[in-house]
Design a binder for this molecule. Structure first.
Ligand code: TYD
Ligand code: ZN
Length: 405
């Protein structure tokens, strides 16, 4: 039986999505076939409750220098990070000569607000192209992966950090022991390591199975992060649930004994216990719902196409890679996917090879149906594309079950 990456305990596999490509590398038409595939299977550790994948993708394949993801593409996320930055500027970073380090700063969506406030900062990101965008905005970025060795270099050059923050990145890193060791080296004794990631409780509750793809190596819960922090000499001292990305949890960790845990930690632990997040049976029934949703989606698209309806996708998300490749949906059903990211346009989706076009292509001639792969931005997108609805178009969603609106 495979072993838990956190506690070495035995883990139980509960879903196998089969051969899946790296989700955020979009081949140009001439590069089809160069995708890196791996077995996407998820497992549950009955000892520490961590949900994790069983096969690790080499990090350079997941996060190459030209990694196309850009955090700033969503207005909602820009507003979210402005609020997060304001919160930290008033708290952890309010002291004299505070030092802020951000793991996975991408294009600077958060980092730039810290810089604008005149606070000493350093982003760390291996995606050079995205980091250049942050740099062009005047932010300082160390291009590379965050781990114990790079944390040592940063500490030697810059001194201790008051806050290490990371959004949608820590769960991507299989070798998390080295990340915590790095935080241990770099943080000031009273500093905090804060990270936010997709929340397992929401994924299970709403059957958001497409949140499972290569980058989400761990699907964190309060209980599993508490166990993980403890294992690495830290303590989970606060949690906050956030509505972004379909449900996110922010975890605040500190060196053991440095801060008193808030009541929110216990409150969420109790909620997780009641939800069954610490029991294997919960994941077995989740798996049954995933199969059902995927069958229904494939049937629905096949039927609509047989009736002569046109279908496109909206948002060439990482999440869509799992849906398309697991369900076996390609360009025969979905003629193209509209996406606002220039780095993805005129390329194809990994594994399923559906062309990606700018939103203008969507607006040029509205299809009968659009599968909303970027459902986490539903409000923003549906408002922006009201004319599609007005012209008789319908959105197809596939979680918590397949439905058409
Ligand atoms: P994202 O929410 O980051 O999902 P994932 O983490 O699964 O990749 O991706 C949203 C995608 O949708 C991104 O490629 C940009 C695109 N998008 C649009 O095309 N139009 C929009 O209005 C918005 C908000 C996003
Ligand atoms: Zn474990």
């Amino acid at each position: 039986m495979p072993k838990c990456r956190i506690c070495d305990g035995p883990v139980q596999e509960f879903f196998d999505f089969g051969r899946q490509p790296v989700s955020d590398v979009f081949p140009a038409p001439g590069e089809i076939g160069t995708e890196h595939f791996f077995r996407l299977a998820v497992a549950f550790c009955e000892k520490c409750t961590t949900v994790q994948q069983l096969e690790e993708v080499p990090r350079d394949r997941m996060f190459p220098t030209d990694y196309p993801y850009r955090s700033s593409g969503s207005t909602l996320m820009r507003q979210h990070f402005e609020r997060v930055a304001a919160h930290f500027l008033a708290t952890e970073l309010s002291g004299p000569d505070a030092f802020y380090v951000e793991v996975g700063c991408n294009d600077g969506i958060m980092l730039n607000s810290i810089r604008d406030a005149g606070v000493r900062h350093l982003g760390v990101d291996p995606a050079e192209e995205a980091a250049k965008v942050a740099g062009a905005g005047g932010s300082r970025v160390h291009v590379g992966f965050f781990e114990e060795s790079s944390a040592r270099e940063i500490r030697a050059a810059e001194g201790p950090a008051d806050l290490i923050f990371s959004a949608n990145t820590i769960s991507h890193i299989a070798y998390i022991d080295s990340v915590f060791a790095g935080a241990g080296v770099l943080l000031d004794h009273a500093g905090v390591f804060v990270f936010e990631d997709r929340y397992l409780g929401d994924i299970v509750e709403h059957t958001y199975f497409d949140q499972i793809y290569d980058e989400h190596f761990y699907l964190f819960s309060v209980r599993s992060v508490q166990a993980m922090a403890e294992r690495f000499g830290f303590e989970l001292v606060d949690v906050e649930h956030l509505p972004v990305h379909g449900g996110t949890m922010r975890y605040t960790t500190a060196r053991k004994g440095e801060r008193t845990p808030t009541a929110a930690v216990d409150r969420w632990l109790e909620r997780e216990r009641a939800q069954g997040l610490w029991e294997l049976a919960t994941y077995d029934s989740f798996a049954a719902r995933v199969k059902e949703n995927c069958d229904r989606l494939k049937e629905t698209l096949t039927r609509l196409r047989a009736e002569g309806r046109s279908i496109v996708g909206y948002g060439a998300t990482c999440k869509s890679a799992t849906v398309l490749n697991y369900c076996g949906i390609g360009a025969e059903s979905i003629s193209f996917i509209s996406d606002s990211t220039p780095e993805k346009q005129n390329r194809v989706t990994p594994g399923s090879h559906i062309p990606i076009r700018p939103a203008e292509a969507f607006r040029e001639s509205y299809p009968d149906y659009a599968v909303l792969f970027a459902w986490n931005h539903a409000e923003e997108i549906m408002a922006k594309e009201q004319e599609f609805k007005d012209s008789g178009g319908r959105w197809i969603l596939y979680a918590p079950n397949v439905h058409i609106v």
